[in-house]
Design a protein around this ligand. Structure first.
Ligand code: ZN
Length: 317
């Protein structure tokens, strides 16, 4: 591959001729991964990253890789780290589900304002003795917070302007990218991209590799059902929302994590534990090497709350 201009925010990995992954760098302002696809006469970028700075580099990298400015920018879901780069894609149409558009319009500006309010305090306390963030995770979290604090304020929120309910296929002369949503699991609506000929999946935050998924805004049981359906597509390579490229089995690993969360929540409710007690449960051995362990208590708490709210079948007689 010809050298793509280096970006401090991500590195480019060539998956196939015309298909690239932009993997977020630890100290960059990208935070999430992105996909770049040359469809043949059309260029599409999957997720626009955390900041307009990273988004601008991503647009340039896509142009270098494919010879075209991006025609389309897909948003996998509404979370800021996947969409705040949208404003850097002048001329690129932002595509996602109708539901993602609705949530972006309703919540994105507030999410940004809240981050601007909270992040300075969190940056200060990050290195303190009571910090829940492990030293190994701090460079990444610090870059995340700084990226938001160094972004233009107020932000230019660019919502998806081309939307679909279940599926949209972006066609080119060389290949097509299938955009699908099976509903909400990690967020109220999660869109993923699939290249059927190459069996490459762009998972957004439905899948992570080597780090804890973020469940706080999600529903583990519908998420597991979504992952099961995705496995039916038989992907061979998975670009996760965060972390390095993974094999097709990545989806199974995330499913198991979510099922484990659910199991811990059911047990905690049955034992009559409070939410604080429930979220202090130890991380299962097989996830102990994963990054972003500070997410785990919140993930258990979310599963616990959903379990508490679940209607119970009538007991006895
Ligand atoms: Zn997310």
């Amino acid at each position: 591959m010809r050298a793509v201009r280096a970006s401090p925010h991500f590195r480019i990995e060539k998956l196939r001729p015309g298909i690239y992954a932009a993997i977020a760098r630890t100290n960059g302002y990208g935070l999430c991964n992105a996909g770049i696809v040359d469809l043949g006469g059309r260029t599409v970028v999957f997720d626009s990253m955390l900041t307009p700075m990273a988004g601008a580099d991503l647009a340039r990298a896509a142009e270098r890789c494919t010879g075209r400015k991006p025609d389309w920018v897909v948003n996998s879901h509404w979370h800021g780290d996947h969409i705040w780069g949208n404003s850097a894609f002048d001329g690129g149409r932002v595509v996602s589900s109708r539901k993602v558009r609705e949530v972006v319009l309703r919540k994105s500006r507030n999410q940004f304002a809240e981050c601007r309010r909270e992040f300075p305090k969190e940056l200060k306390s990050m290195d303190g003795s009571k910090s829940p963030i492990a030293p190994a995770d701090r460079p990444r979290v610090r870059a995340w917070f700084r990226g938001v604090l160094e972004s233009p304020n107020p932000p230019r929120i660019v919502p998806p302007e081309v939307t679909f309910d279940e599926q949209l296929v972006l066609e080119g002369s060389r290949r097509s990218l299938h955009l699908l949503t099976y509903g909400g699991g990690h967020s109220p609506s999660d869109v993923f991209g699939y290249l059927p000929d190459e069996r490459i999946l762009f998972a957004g935050d439905l899948a992570m590799v080597g780090l804890h998924p973020s469940v706080g805004d999600g529903w583990p049981d519908s998420w597991v059902r979504i992952l099961r359906r995705m496995q039916g597509l038989r992907p061979q390579q998975v670009l996760p929302g965060h972390g390095p490229m993974g094999p097709g089995s990545t989806l199974r690993v995330v499913s198991r994590y979510l099922a484990d969360l659910d199991r811990m929540a059911v047990r905690a409710v049955r034992q009559g534990l409070s939410i604080e007690e429930a979220s202090q449960v130890r991380i299962p051995e097989r996830y102990r090497s994963w990054r972003f362990a500070f997410m785990f208590p919140g993930n258990v708490a979310r599963a616990y709350q959903l379990e508490l709210a679940r209607p119970k079948p009538p007991s006895g007689r």
